[in-house]
Design a binder for this molecule. Structure first.
Ligand code: PMP
Length: 301
């Protein structure tokens, strides 16, 4: 990518010019919402679903996004085109905007909207071949009645704290339980287990973000003929699973081979995980919104 253009409150600016107010409540209090989206070969994967989640998060925190969904979709497409990006990562942020030092959001003048589209530093290939290590952590997932994990808000301290715990345990990722001890999700990805060829993921009401990749994998698993269940489970079920894997926009589908120092099966990515990853990689270039009319005239758009 030659120079990077960032959409910031209605115009494209350079990285250096893309600044926000120190009074922005997104910065001061984590008051805002966001999305992380992938573009694969010009196709913005599941953009409609990401926009739906963004608007639902905003609705929940009474943040009015100053664009219609159609206009916002066009802004995201335009940001990808402006950067001539074929494959990469898109970050969309809508913050409450500049206010005063008090908490009151009604003092904020207008939301600040940014869209960043850039090349993604991909997870190292060997992590997909070897699988991840995971540690369950002492910090519990936010209770849905306190700060719902379904709101993709800028307040990610719960997730950051568990990531710190995972780092301290020497694991790649954290496993978060809810206040009743049921498994919810990782710091930034959903969890699945496979037992006797049945694929199981926790229901989101236990305290998980309703991941777009999670939902895509549920659909693919059913299409591939697997039995698929959304049922609560505990750490024990994870330890004795045949396979464990995580899903997320950045991670896609990635095997977990060790949880709390227990090796999962033979300690290698399992066949169901590998199968779903390959099926997933087939749909990512078609299921979404195409930014370019065809691959050969991309540069002219
Ligand atoms: N859980 C959390 C807490 C996340 O931040 C993410 C990443 N957005 C996910 C799960 C996975 O969601 P998605 O598949 O939509 O990226």
């Amino acid at each position: 990518m030659s120079s990077q253009w960032i959409f910031s409150n209605g115009k494209f600016v350079t990285k250096q010019e893309a600044v926000i107010s120190v009074y922005d409540h997104g910065f001061l209090y984590g008051d805002g919402v966001f999305e992380g989206i992938r573009v694969y070969d010009g196709n913005i994967f599941k953009l409609t679903e990401h926009l739906k989640r963004l608007y639902e998060s905003a609705q929940s925190i009474m943040l009015e996004i100053p664009y219609s969904k159609e206009d916002f979709q066009q802004i995201i497409v335009d940001t990808v085109r402006k950067n001539q990006l074929e494959s990469g990562y898109i970050r969309v942020v809508v913050s409450r905007g500049p206010g005063n030092l008090g908490l009151d959001p009604s003092r904020c003048s207008a939301p600040h909207v940014i869209v960043i589209a850039e090349e993604l530093a991909l997870f190292p290939k060997e992590l997909y071949e070897l699988g991840l290590t995971v540690a369950s952590v002492a910090s519990r997932r936010n209770r849905p009645d306190v700060l719902s994990p379904q709101i993709k808000s800028l307040n990610y301290l719960n997730n950051i704290l568990v990531k710190l715990e995972a780092n301290q345990a020497g694991a790649h990722e954290a496993l978060m339980l809810n206040d009743q001890g049921y498994v919810t999700e990782g710091s930034a990805d959903n969890i699945f287990i496979v037992k006797n060829n049945t694929i199981i993921t926790p229901p989101v009401y236990l305290g998980a973000l309703e991941g777009i990749t999670r939902n895509a994998i549920i659909d693919l698993a059913k299409e591939c003929g697997y039995e698929m269940k959304e049922t609560p489970f505990t750490r024990h079920d994870v330890y004795v699973a045949d396979e464990v894997f995580l899903t997320g926009t950045a991670a896609e589908v990635i095997a977990v081979v060790e949880v709390d120092k227990r090796m999962i099966s033979d300690g290698k990515p399992g066949k169901v995980t590998n199968h779903l990853l390959s099926e997933f990689r087939k749909v990512v270039t078609t299921d979404g919104i195409q930014c370019y009319p065809s691959s050969k005239n991309r540069a002219e758009v």
